[in-house]
Design a protein around this ligand. Structure first.
Ligand SMILES: CC(C)(COP(=O)(O)OP(=O)(O)OC[C@H]1O[C@@H](n2cnc3c(N)ncnc32)[C@H](O)[C@@H]1OP(=O)(O)O)[C@@H](O)C(=O)NCCC(=O)NCCS
Length: 461
């Protein structure tokens, strides 16, 4: 009896940090599922490859690969090349983020590419018993998968062996990813004339993500963009980020750190180009944060800046001018009993509770949120997408937008009532609850003839 008790204790010790890890693992499981089979392209700056964080990052990449992510790593070499050139008493100019690559610099880059690739391959091969990926086996591949052409002469300056990307051989890379390989790409491109060109790792990562139709493109950066001098930009559409960069609102409020600013200025256009060309999500992560990649992948809020093509772009607070559009949208749903009926007057009174998703000046989806300061809860209501625009994620965006707004305002619970759409909410984390769980005021106004089911979701910061 005593023995059995001890065995149980050994298996599941009552230890706070273990319990925390188990809870974290449970919370991460939906993301593990969602990422399986997805393609991630990572732009890895050269200085990272020399930092103490490299073993952590390579363990994380091995873990992601074993969780089913398809990984392409585009590595840079700037720090290595600068060091080698200095050792040879040479230097080469960098103009607008691009090296002017003479023959000596190209030789140095080609050598550094070989050395660095070998170093990365060996880090990704680690599987010693005392490492996080004990026993893991990973196949890593590299090759001539990028065609480049001369970048040419700009403002009279000949960039010599610097190239721009002409083509990424997506079919060949896809075949390797299908076979479970991690693909490593140095910042080099080959030409049909047999020449080698130096390309930038960021440009390569962006081109590669576009060619592969990657689900994610990740850049490691020294600073994140700021939405105001005090606040890091956590999520933005490509257009919003473009606006912000144009007005130069950055993390460094004093704008003294030119190196960092230049880095963002060269990465952000690549990020914007990628989302505009169909890459679903681009993430900017702080390169000094050893947990940034896993945090971004497996937690709801992530750790960096997420850039998407149009998320939030068309979501805005409703105004009185939207009443007509909202009525047009919800009238058929009120008529068939899916939504509770609201008169125009009621809608006008409640209009500031609504958000709308707009396309070309037309309201194509709407939702409302009624906050209750006394209970710390919000009620979600009247969520609807025009039939022609369903299944494109608009409902999801609206609901997430309302939940994020509620969380930011300190509300801890979202509730709603639904007659027919319960499963849609359950798939988004809501659980059915009893009438008694409603605040007293809502219980007394509950329409028992309508017999809606009640759903709730705990909102977490
Ligand atoms: C529910 C609704 C708002 C979703 O809008 P949307 O913009 O299509 O939302 P999304 O694109 O984010 O989600 C679409 C997914 O939800 C699924 N879905 C739609 N209605 C559903 C329902 N009643 N139950 C379960 N899943 C449902 C779709 O099949 C689709 O699934 P898929 O992604 O696997 O193809 C929209 O279907 C609608 O307007 N319904 C009528 C109004 C309504 O019921 N409102 C809720 C009142 S409580």
């Amino acid at each position: 009896m005593t023995k059995a008790k001890n065995t149980t204790q050994n298996v599941l010790p009552d230890n706070t940090s273990d319990n925390f890890a188990i809870d974290w693992f449970r919370a991460a499981s939906p993301y593990i599922n969602a990422h399986r089979g997805k393609t991630l392209v990572l732009a890895l700056p050269g200085e990272w490859l020399r930092s103490d964080l490299l073993p952590t990052l390579t363990h994380d990449l091995t873990l992601l690969s074993h969780l089913g992510l398809r990984l392409v790593v585009c590595f840079g070499l700037r720090a290595q090349v600068e060091e080698e050139l200095a050792r040879d008493n040479k230097s080469s100019e960098i103009v607008a983020g691009r090296r002017v690559t003479d023959a000596h610099a190209l030789r140095t880059i080609v050598e550094a590419a070989g050395t660095t690739r070998t170093k990365l391959e060996s880090c990704l091969s680690m599987g010693l018993p005392n490492t996080p990926m004990a026993g893991a086996r990973l196949s890593v591949s590299s090759g001539n998968y990028v065609t480049a052409q001369p970048f040419g002469v700009h403002n009279g300056l000949d960039f010599q062996h610097t190239g721009s990307i002409r083509e990424v051989h997506a079919t060949a890379i896809t075949a390797l990813l299908d076979a479970g390989h991690v693909v490593l790409l140095p910042p080099l491109g080959h030409s049909v004339t047999g020449d080698v060109f130096n390309v930038t790792a960021n440009e390569l990562a962006s081109a590669c993500a576009i060619a592969l139709k990657a689900d994610k493109l990740v850049f490691l950066v020294n600073e994140l963009p700021m939405s105001s001098p005090q606040e890091v930009l956590r999520q933005a559409s490509a257009s919003r980020l473009e606006e912000l960069m144009a007005t130069s609102v950055r993390n460094d409020a004093t704008h003294a750190n030119n190196a960092s600013n230049n880095e963002l200025e060269s990465i952000v256009p690549q990020a914007i180009e990628a989302v505009r060309q169909g890459v679903e999500r681009v993430h900017l992560l702080l390169n000094e944060d050893r947990n940034a990649l896993l945090c971004e992948m497996f937690t709801r809020d992530g750790s960096g800046t997420l850039i998407t093509a149009n998320q939030w772009e068309h979501i805005r607070a409703a105004t009185i001018n939207d009443v007509g559009g909202i009525i047009e949208l919800i009238e058929p749903l009120q008529a068939n009993g899916t939504l509770v009926s609201r008169s125009r007057e009621q809608l006008e009174l409640d209009i500031e509770k609504f958000v709308v998703s707009e396309r070309d000046g037309t309201v194509v989806a709407c939702a409302a949120m009624y906050p209750d300061d006394q209970t710390g809860e919000v009620e979600i209501a009247c969520i609807a997408t025009h039939p022609a625009y369903r299944g494109m994620g608009r409902g999801d965006e609206l609901l997430t937008h309302l939940e994020n707004t509620a969380t930011k305002q300190g509300f801890t619970m979202a509730r709603l009532q639904s007659t027919r759409t319960g499963h849609w909410f359950v798939e988004r984390g809501y659980v059915e609850s009893a009438l008694e769980s409603l605040p007293a005021s809502r219980q007394s106004s509950y329409n028992s003839q309508r017999n809606s089911k009640i759903y709730q979701k705990t909102l977490r910061k």
